[in-house]
Write a protein that binds this ligand. Sequence first.
Ligand SMILES: [Zn+2]
Length: 584
Amino acid sequence: MSLAPIPQEFINELLARVDIIQLIDARVPLRKKGKNYIACCPFHSEKTPSFTVTPEKQFYYCFGCSVGGNGLSFLMEYEKLSFVEAVNLLAEQMGMEVPQQSKQHEFYKASASLYGLLEEVAQFYSKELRQNTVAINYLKQRGLSGETAKKFSLGYAPAAWDTLLKTFNDTENLFAAGLLVKKSEGLGYYDRFRDRIVFPIRDRRGRVIGLGGRVLAEQEPKYLNSPETPLFHKGKELYGLYETFQLNRQLERILVVEGYMDVLALFQADIPYAVATLGTATSRDQISRLMSHTQEIIFCFDGDVAGKKAAWRVLEQSLDLLTDGYILRFLLLPNGEDPDSLIQKKGRAEFIAYLQQAQSLGEFLFGYLLTQVDINQLEGKARLAKLAVPLIEKVAVGIMQHKLFEQLAALVNMDVVTLKNVTVHDKSHAIKTMHKKIHKPNNANRSSPMRLAIALLVQFPQIVKSLSDKQCHTLSRLELPGSDLFVQLFLLLKQNPELTSAMLLEYWREDESRYKILKQLINYPLAIPASGVQAEFHDLLKHLKKAAAEGQIDKLLQQGKQSGLSEIEKKHLYGLMLNNIHDN
Ligand SMILES: [Zn+2]
């Protein structure tokens, strides 16, 4: 749920008053087409309009680059505003006054001054770089041009211990921004970055939130980053993403590398779509953020043992984020090489050739697992299936998942159906899969019933009103994979039946992955006539209830086998089974 410093009721009110058509039309002229309005997308370059605004939902969506959201999201994206800034601007236009909640408001005010300070420090360091021939020569010798240095606002931190202390004379904020280190004796501070090339790290709005520093000579540590601060979270940010995106909003692919210098070397070799993690393993947050910018991600690693392990961790993190339409690939470079060294030695063409050879998700997954089993032995085949099935099951049901099952089936010499029958041990999961096959509420959809139910709920929030108290009671306790989001939404709507799709979305703004799911589902083409929505929803609910009951029956049966059931549990089980037969 949202952690915004502004009360949700106020945001609802604001969104109720704003007309998204007017708001967007003032910036991007819209043309009416049927119930919707269209335009060429302002966020990627295109010749035929795929940017659509729906007055009914107060929502915009681009079918080309998947940006989308409500009026606030549009202002944030288009005007590059923070959430709070967008709320303030919109409120001002609507003649409303934003209520402030003091504590968080203070935090925002404090952060605002830190952003300003970090920007000033970055500019100061870049001025220092222009005056320092040693640093300039170092960058030249590493093959970097002045243009690249400028594009990424590189700087140089002088060797003294108190440059920032003296220049900015603001110990408290310098420390809060991660630029100073407290002396171990506890008396006073000194500059964190000394005699280093400085790389400003920007957030997606282009604000400097931290710095990276690299030594010029052979010295340890070679790289140094800002520590975690209120503004800087290593696990969430990616170096170079802002710069890359500034250059091209229409990124076909993004290459994830490990170092700042890799990003710069690739940029200079006219491969301007690389970003770097900040000295930590690639996190789910980062992967999901990248997926909101592009359809194809290539993870690049050193081909040594450590590199392979790191690549495997990325694969494990990504599987359950994967849905059809995304391509993840893995590039393992020759031992001991990084993109920087490789491009210096071999040049652009050869590096591109490496990129083209990057392994698909399936190739990497099975390639990695095959090093752990002897596929020529029957036991090895069984072991491979045992290792691979739980991983494949994490991928969303769809073509991608099916292809992975097919590849596995081919490796173990089985057909897909038999493979699934013998390997999918988790019965509740098997039931779920089976149901998906026999019960497709809408033939055109490959989506799961749970996703469909959520899509109906977010697109037609009013349907909640059609439910009886008994139905509500059952739904609020629904237990199925993915049902927690459904239940949250459902309860929210139950309490606030007047919320629109655009308002609903705001409740998840701070939850990046769910925000993304909801955004997609609000625009999910349902192909159901308005008159059929209610019936479809009730059908789905029946189905979900049944699946949940079956899951529970299964759990109780298993428990009965293992540790026995209490009288109450037995009664509960019989009740469930009876009901279930009844529903058939
Ligand atoms: Zn677009």
